[in-house]
Design a binder for this molecule. Structure first.
Ligand code: KIV
Length: 265
């Protein structure tokens, strides 16, 4: 039995200078493979809306959707820390709603922690209420996709001096509020390096450069579906799937499938 990763292990990895590998997953087979590959945490992101459901943003993703996918992932994982995203409007309406929804994703669906987007000056009370219920919280600053209507699109944040200072202050406040790690999304690499040096808890970057204490990628982005600059295609699984489907169609049409070895006597 391999040792389980916990929020405390995250902190120890930062102190030891060991990078933290986080990957999203949304179902049992993907989560099982990611866990077996040795990722430290699996994020059941509300990116499920875009990666899996064909949505163009995360706003329509509901608690029922997050519960459904988190349960599948949690059943598959034996080592990684499972972190589930609190979706849009599941924590904005007050502490009681936030605690109830965080409890649903952990106590019922099986996640070990939740992540929420946004600054501690807005959500500090909510974060502390969730922590009081015994549920670890991961923070998220920089480009926070649930605020896409405010940004008017998915844009790199923190390019100006003033914006950079604002994001650094937000990350510090999330640490103060008790978050065990902070995701930094789509900010310039030097700013991410400054934030990483300023925090005692680990920073997990996506589009935030190499200085972060760890990295997170959307699973589909590393399998050939990624379009963003930071998305690296590790294997073209998308291309392999397209070829396999085309081969299947051709063989059904020309009668090559099923062959003798696929039939019952
Ligand atoms: O939903 C998600 O996958 C995320 C990551 C991009 C950090 O929040």
């Amino acid at each position: 039995m391999r040792d389980r990763i916990t929020p405390v292990s995250f902190r120890r990895k930062k102190e030891a200078g060991e990078k933290i590998a986080v990957l999203t997953a949304y179902d049992f087979p993907g989560a099982r493979l990611a866990d077996e590959a040795g990722v430290d945490a699996i994020l059941v992101g509300d990116s499920v809306g875009m990666a899996v459901m064909g949505l163009d943003c995360t706003l329509p993703v509901t608690m029922d959707v997050m519960h459904h996918h988190t349960a599948m992932v949690a059943r598959a994982v034996s080592r990684a820390l499972v972190v589930a995203d609190l979706p849009f409007l599941s924590y904005h309406t007050g502490e009681a709603d936030a605690v109830r929804n965080a409890g649903r994703l952990t106590g019922q669906a099986g996640a070990h922690a939740v992540k929420l987007e946004g600054p501690a000056d807005q959500f500090g009370g909510v974060i502390q209420a969730i922590l009081r219920a015994g549920i670890p919280v991961m923070g998220h600053v920089g480009l926070t996709p649930q605020s896409v209507l405010h940004y008017g699109g998915f844009k790199v944040q923190g390019r100006s001096e003033e914006d950079g200072r604002r994001i650094l202050a937000q990350a510090r406040a999330l640490e103060e509020a008790g978050c065990f790690a902070v995701v930094l999304e789509c900010i310039p690499s030097p700013l991410a390096a400054e934030i990483t040096a300023a925090l005692r808890v680990p920073t997990i970057g996506i589009g935030a450069g190499p200085a972060c204490d760890g990295q997170v990628l959307v699973m589909h982005d590393l399998l050939g579906w990624g379009k963003a600059r930071f998305a690296k295609t590790y294997r073209d699984v998308r291309g392999e799937m397209a070829d396999a489907f085309a081969d299947y169609v051709r063989e059904v049409k020309n009668g090559a499938y099923p062959g003798p070895e696929h039939q019952y006597e």
